[in-house]
Design a protein around this ligand. Structure first.
Ligand code: PMV
Length: 328
């Protein structure tokens, strides 16, 4: 058994706009997906997953997409999870040249699924690293990021930026603009997460923004304005100016809200954090439901969120300095 882990992430700035070539700044957090793999010579994939959103399921299939597993969780979640694992293993077969190899795959994750914390990217990055190493091949984090991006791009039918996968593979804070991805310096950020227990449909939300952008020139301007917020945010990060970062996060949330990707529970958590004195708060990821991220060095935001209607869970998130990690 070879095991690797990879972190989830929050978007400090720039989700959605990054799809149209604007910069984005995601930041890896110490919530990880751990993937263990063992080679099988019969070419089959057997996946066992333990996840916050999936009570634990096991599926075995021969790699053909029409084999439906018989499990007691939402079919779309299982299909999505299988799609990502399948895609990751395809990348492993391609890069190692072992076209017929199968694997037993075990996934454990502290990252809620589809909630804006990059769970799928973390699973794909850790799976590619573990499965290539199981076959005696070691890839650099940037190569893992590239192959993980291709996996997400295919599973999400072209609606994926490089942000999640690059951030998860390399760790730290990163800047992504089109195909350019790189690490940036970030101060120690007092990140607090609020989770509404739900998930958004990334494909639908991205399509919604695309439609608005095509219909209204001011929606196009809104996307461009997010780009401006991100550029200001980069300066505030460099200066370590938490107050300015918070103000810009608030602005970013307002623009995302105008694009229709917030929700009642996300807005209520954002306001809960602001009322508690956070420097700022915004949704993270595709939106529609899932998580917000706030900046607050005190305990006030966590306490306020734990009483906010619609908030199921709140926790502090440390920046993950390392991306993909080799466990054994
Ligand atoms: O919700 P997540 O973590 O999958 O983030 C989606 C971010 C988008 O910008 C909406 C899409 C993308 O791939 O960048």
């Amino acid at each position: 058994m070879t095991r690797s882990s990879a972190p989830g992430k929050v978007y400090l700035f720039g989700e959605h706009a990054v799809v149209y070539g604007e910069p984005a700044v995601p930041c890896a957090i110490e919530r990880r997906a751990r993937v263990g793999v063992q080679r099988r010579d019969d070419g089959k994939l057997r996946v066992h997953a333990e996840d916050l959103s999936l009570d634990g399921f096991t599926v075995e299939y021969g790699g053909s997409a029409d084999e439906q597993p018989d499990v007691d969780v939402s079919e779309s979640l299982v299909t999505a999870a299988m799609g990502y694992v399948d895609g990751a293993i395809e990348q492993v077969r391609e890069v190692t040249g072992e076209e017929e190899v199968g694997f037993d795959v075990t996934i454990e994750s502290d990252i809620p699924l589809g909630a804006g914390l990059g769970s799928s990217a973390a699973v794909v990055v850790a799976a590619i690293d573990a499965a290539t190493r199981e076959l005696g091949v070691e890839l650099e984090p940037t190569e893992i990021a590239e192959r993980a991006f291709r996996t997400e791009y295919e599973v999400q039918e072209g609606q994926a930026s490089r942000a999640d996968t690059f951030c998860s593979a390399t760790g730290g804070a990163v800047r992504v603009e089109g195909e350019d991805c790189g690490s940036i310096e970030a101060p120690d950020l007092p990140l607090v997460i609020g989770f509404d227990g739900g998930a958004g449909d990334t494909g639908e939300l991205v399509a919604g923004v695309r439609n608005l952008r095509e219909e209204y020139p001011f929606a196009e301007d809104t996307v461009a304005a997010i780009g401006d917020v991100v550029r200001n945010g980069e300066e505030a990060l460099e200066a370590g100016d938490l107050e300015e970062l918070g103000r810009l996060m608030n602005f970013n949330h307002g623009l995302l809200s105008a694009l229709g990707v917030s929700s009642r529970s996300l807005d209520s958590m954002v306001w809960g954090a602001r009322d508690a004195g956070a420097y700022g708060a915004k949704l993270t990821g595709a939106g529609g439901g899932g998580c917000i991220v706030a900046l607050d060095p005190t305990d006030e935001t966590e306490t306020a969120l734990s009483y906010t209607p619609g908030c199921e869970e709140t926790f502090r998130a440390e920046l993950a300095e390392t991306g993909v990690e080799r466990l054994e």
